[in-house]
Design a binder for this molecule. Structure first.
Ligand SMILES: Cc1cc2nc3c(=O)[nH]c(=O)nc-3n(C[C@H](O)[C@H](O)[C@H](O)COP(=O)(O)OP(=O)(O)OC[C@H]3O[C@@H](n4cnc5c(N)ncnc54)[C@H](O)[C@@H]3O)c2cc1C
Length: 369
């Protein structure tokens, strides 16, 4: 019987597919990425607290040592002696990944090709694509999930240049809470690249996305309030991220799922980049040991905490701003940031739990999953 065309087929060459392929490009395993895009654009930025190394560290565009949350009690500013909040440009990331793949004798990417159905075979998998069939021993699927999450993070933003210096380039504004326009938890997120240049995003945590006009009017109002004069728009960005415990959870069909469709977004925050890197590291480690990869990141305790937190946000969104303020005011240095980045350390989890008022969480914990 003929062997498979490749050891590993990766469906989807976005953040997760390329993160994995960039790592596998350094191994002896043969890899093919299937990606419908014919070329890549600088379509987003990924921001996160750096807690571990990855092949994309040279793609960091900016980093900050301080971040803040604005709520009813004013500004809560935090910093860290050891953690940095960093931003990676998607354009630089895609370029790096493609060059690692191009330099590898065993890795390749098929651009402009869409994957369709997948079928198990005696030797692994057959993938039907619009450019013919491909067989692989291991199948990694990073295509977006068709599942609609019960709760999510929705955002619309613009990177702008202002006529006057209106931003403090030393502090990231993680959440500036606003009276809710969406029915969910609404806030403004600002990544200040310079005193006159920033990505400004209006964001909501809600069960369904707000109408597009609600978002664009709100963003115009926020930018107009910052700078009534000339504003140049350099880039647009928008997204909808799942915030649901168990979203994209591993199904027992032998397909390795990575990225948002594989449960990479942290249910309580939507942060996914560092978790995608962790998933990619795990897959490579398992495959080089000849084991089946397990891409589940969260422990039962973390899933329970996230479920309870989301239950509180979904049932009482008006409490959201005070809860986030409480977390950012009370959690000890670095513990919250590590927790938000996916830390599984028990001490981090316990400190985060201890930083929140117990009553709403006890009520939410009593609601069945
Ligand atoms: C605008 C934006 C900003 C974000 N910012 C942050 C952030 O600051 N921090 C953070 O942690 N997370 C962030 N995220 C969340 C998350 O990190 C990203 O969504 C990330 O790109 C998810 O990676 P992925 O590989 O799962 O999905 P994608 O990067 O979307 O990749 C999926 C790929 O599958 C391909 N595909 C689709 N259909 C097919 C098919 N039939 N066959 C083959 N391939 C297919 C797509 O073309 C795409 O390339 C952001 C998301 C967005 C949208």
């Amino acid at each position: 019987m003929p062997s498979a065309d490749v050891d590993i087929a990766i469906l989807g060459g976005g953040c997760a597919g390329l993160s994995l392929a960039a790592r596998l490009a350094r191994t002896r395993l043969s890899v093919r990425v299937i990606e419908p895009r014919t070329h890549y654009a600088d379509d987003r930025t990924w921001s996160f607290w750096r807690t571990a190394g990855d092949p994309f560290e040279d793609c960091v565009r900016a980093e900050w040592r301080a971040w803040s949350v604005f709520g009813e009690q004013g500004e809560t500013r935090r910093g860290s002696p050891s953690l940095r909040y960093q931003t990676v440009n998607a354009g630089a990331f895609y370029e790096r990944a493609l060059s690692l793949i191009a330099d590898s004798p065993t890795a390749a990417i098929s651009l402009g090709v869409k994957a369709g159905g997948v079928t198990p075979t005696d030797r692994g998998w057959r993938v039907d694509t619009d450019a013919g069939a491909l067989t692989a021993t291991i199948l990694v699927d990073t295509r977006p999930s068709t599942q609609v999450p019960r709760y999510g993070q929705f955002f619309v933003g613009r990177e702008i240049r202002t006529a006057r210096p209106v931003f403090d380039p030393t502090v990231v504004q993680l959440m500036k809470f606003r009276a809710s326009r969406s029915g969910g938890v609404d806030f403004v997120y600002t990544l200040p690249f310079a005193a006159d240049r920033a990505l400004v995003e209006v964001t909501t945590f809600a069960p369904i996305p707000p109408p597009h006009a609600t978002f664009t009017d709100w963003l115009d109002d926020e930018i107009g309030a910052l700078e009534p004069g000339d504003v140049e728009t350099l880039r647009h960005e928008a997204g909808a991220l799942p915030m649901q415990v168990g979203f994209g959870q591993e199904r027992p069909d032998g397909i390795v799922r990575l990225g948002l469709g594989g449960g990479a977004a942290r249910p309580s925050t939507g942060y996914a980049f560092t978790r995608i890197q962790a998933q990619a590291d795990r897959v490579v480690a398992a495959l080089t040991r000849g084991e089946a990869p397990d891409t589940r990141i969260d422990s039962a305790m973390t899933r329970f905490m996230d479920r309870v937190f989301l239950q509180v946000l979904a049932t009482a969104p008006e409490r959201g701003p005070a809860l986030f303020e409480c977390l950012f005011r009370n959690a000890p240095e670095d513990r919250l940031e590590r927790f938000l980045s996916g830390s599984t350390r028990t001490a981090d989890r316990l400190w985060v739990m201890a930083s929140l008022p117990p009553l709403p969480f006890l009520r939410a914990a009593a609601v069945p999953a």
